[in-house]
Design a protein around this ligand. Structure first.
Ligand SMILES: [Zn+2]
Length: 108
């Protein structure tokens, strides 16, 4: 038996695509998409709960305040870097190299 989740996208069931059409002739519906979790554990992350980036964005926009409340940020984070180096490619355009210093311990 395979594990699955229904897409958590707020408006998933309103997107007019053929893969959402369910029901018998005369009583068709657009249904929230089902996300199958493979035995190897994929998909992972938010793709486990959302059928698309679009559905994820709709959910995040709808619930932004509650999502931010999970990990509020009142101060900026910083990552120490070496002084940026201006370089020129062999084709003549300029670019800047930024190298992180040491171990990034600001990943939260
Ligand atoms: Zn969806």
């Amino acid at each position: 038996m395979s594990e699955y989740y229904w897409c958590h996208g707020t408006y998933c069931h309103t997107h007019q695509t053929l893969d959402r059409v369910r029901g018998s002739k005369g009583s068709k519906v657009l249904r929230t998409k089902k996300i199958k979790i493979n035995p190897n554990g994929y998909p992972t992350g938010f793709y486990k709960y959302f059928c698309s980036q679009h559905c994820y964005n709709e959910f995040a926009n709808e619930h932004a305040e509650r999502i931010i409340a999970l990990a509020p940020r009142h101060e900026p984070l910083e990552t120490q870097i070496e002084d940026p180096i201006q370089e020129k490619s062999r084709y003549g355009y300029s670019y800047t190299t930024i190298v992180k210093k040491g171990i990034d311990n600001n990943s939260d």
